[in-house]
Design a protein around this ligand. Structure first.
Ligand code: AMP
Length: 287
């Protein structure tokens, strides 16, 4: 059966209240649409563990720091419904902006130090917008489990702290990053790359792999790791690394000395498309 498309908050609340009453477990996969195999792997996990799977599709204006990025963000509802159908999704919740924000919101989630670095630093207000819409979606759908990609590691860290700090009764599951055969992380923004940008976009993953190799072979000076990784990025017009940082996996603060698990994260501009990726790395065990 194709998924049921629901566009109102009252509608999805009523539908989920009835399935909850029958004892079903609810899995939520929040997305902004333009669905690809990365999103599908979140749905697969939800399908495996929950009796009712809800995918939300909402391009959240609150989390866009650049109006042209919001305007150009792909919106492909019909194709998205096909992806959800193929994954056995039960309900697609696709509200309009007016449905989610009938009045200009006054309250928003303060994410504290979690937004000080990486994308938080370069996209002011982004994670505040993410945390606010995720809290709204959790309040609206009341899932048992919500699924988020490790591709957006800082977002996942924000969501984990959000539910801990506000006692939201939901389990948060992180799902591994799905990649193209050459290693490029799948992203809705990849569709914007021309053939040359697509070829060069792999520089981001290569830089992260370089960092991981150095960390795993015992390099402990984060500045040195970053210098080496940065040097792998070809000097080409239109290709530039916005940031490449080594941070701790909980609060996403930069570390100077690597003596435990870290996240190496980067953002790369390929033309006017901004791509992000990250790898979790561990130094060798010392006995
Ligand atoms: P988005 O539609 O970009 O907001 O992404 C919705 C969810 O899908 C987020 O939890 C992302 O982290 C996740 N996601 C996006 N790309 C990937 C990927 N390549 N692999 C795994 N999860 C992903």
């Amino acid at each position: 059966m194709p998924p049921e498309l629901i566009e109102t908050i009252a509608g999805v609340r009523a539908r989920l209240a009835s399935v909850r009453g029958q004892g079903a477990s609810i899995g939520l996969v929040p997305t902004m649409g333009a669905l690809h195999a990365g999103h599908a792997s979140l749905m697969t996990m939800a399908r495996r563990h929950c009796s009712v799977v809800v995918v939300s599709i909402f391009v959240n204006p609150l989390q866009f720091d650049r109006p042209d990025d919001l305007r150009r963000y792909p919106r492909t509802l019909d194709a998205d419904l096909d992806v959800c159908n193929a994954q056995g999704v039960d309900i697609v919740f696709a509200p309009s902006v007016g449905e989610m924000y009938p009045v200009e919101p006054v309250c928003a989630v303060d994410i504290g130090v979690l937004g000080d670095h990486l994308c938080g630093r370069y996209r002011p207000g982004h994670f505040r917008g993410v945390a606010t819409v995720v809290l709204k979606l959790l309040q609206i759908t009341g899932p048992d489990t919500a699924y988020f990609g490790e591709k957006d590691a800082q977002q996942l860290a924000v969501v984990r702290r959000l539910v801990t700090d506000f006692n939201v009764p939901v389990r948060i599951e992180g799902v591994s990053t799905v990649r193209e055969p050459d290693g490029l992380a799948l992203s809705s923004r990849n569709a914007r790359l021309n053939a040359e940008e697509r070829r060069e976009a792999i520089a981001l993953y290569r830089a992260l792999q370089d960092a991981r190799a150095h960390i795993e072979s015992g390099m402990t000076d984060a500045a040195e790791v970053r210098r080496h990784a940065q040097a792998t990025v070809p000097l080409r017009a239109g290709l530039s690394m916005e940031y490449l940082e080594v941070v701790d996996p909980d609060l996403f603060q930069p570390v100077a000395r690597i003596d435990g698990p870290v996240i190496v994260a980067g953002a790369l501009w390929a033309g006017d498309t901004r791509l992000i990726d990250n790898l979790r790395c561990e130094p060798p065990k010392t006995s």
